[in-house]
Design a protein around this ligand. Structure first.
Ligand code: ATP
Ligand code: MG
Length: 152
């Protein structure tokens, strides 16, 4: 993950196109929509209200980053399952300037914009898996997975 700046983006769940949704992010309105769509998909897939909020919060942070650092990009959502495991994968892509030092960007308090520097590390903590693929001039792709807690 963090370190060499190049990663596979592989989550530990099979990827598919079923139940997918894609959203362009070019404005604050799109950030609000992305949050809502993420929450609705999560609700429809049976995530708890608490986890719906957690997913929406993570989406909000990475979508805000797209707007702020890359100006535009897209989010896609996938509902995935493997045996009894169910989850939601969110991929954020942009063709912005890229992140030169991913390990640093993931540290609490690191910001190049005078922000709090909590968006990326916060989103990572909220999700079960989190992967950043970014390089200078090649944009940024963030892939994150939230697993549904099994009902017992
Ligand atoms: N999509 C992106 N493209 C380029 N750089 C990014 C992107 N997302 C994050 N970064 C870089 O990573 C840093 C950390 O991001 P993070 O979201 O944690 O903090 P922040 O946006 O600066 O502040 P905030 O706490 O308000 O989110 C940013 O300051 C920026 O330098
Ligand atoms: Mg941020």
């Amino acid at each position: 993950m963090a370190g060499d700046g190049r990663t596979s983006g592989g989550m530990t769940m099979p990827r598919g196109t079923e139940n997918g949704r894609r959203l362009e992010i070019t404005s604050d309105k799109d950030v609000v929509s992305a949050r809502q769509v993420g929450r609705e998909l999560a609700a429809g897939f049976g995530f708890s209200p608490g986890d719906q909020t957690v997913i929406a919060a993570a989406i909000s942070e990475i979508a805000r980053n797209i707007l702020m650092y890359a100006r535009r990009g897209e989010l896609s959502f996938e509902l995935v399952s493997e045996g009894p495991r169910r989850g939601m994968i969110i991929v954020a892509r942009d063709d912005g300037p890229g992140i030169p030092d991913i390990a640093r960007a993931l540290m609490d308090g690191f910001s190049t914009s005078g922000g709090l520097g909590l968006g990326l590390p916060g989103a990572r903590r909220l999700m079960d898996e989190f992967d950043i693929d970014s390089g200078i001039g090649s944009g940024t792709t963030i892939t994150m997975l939230k697993l549904k807690r099994p009902v017992r």
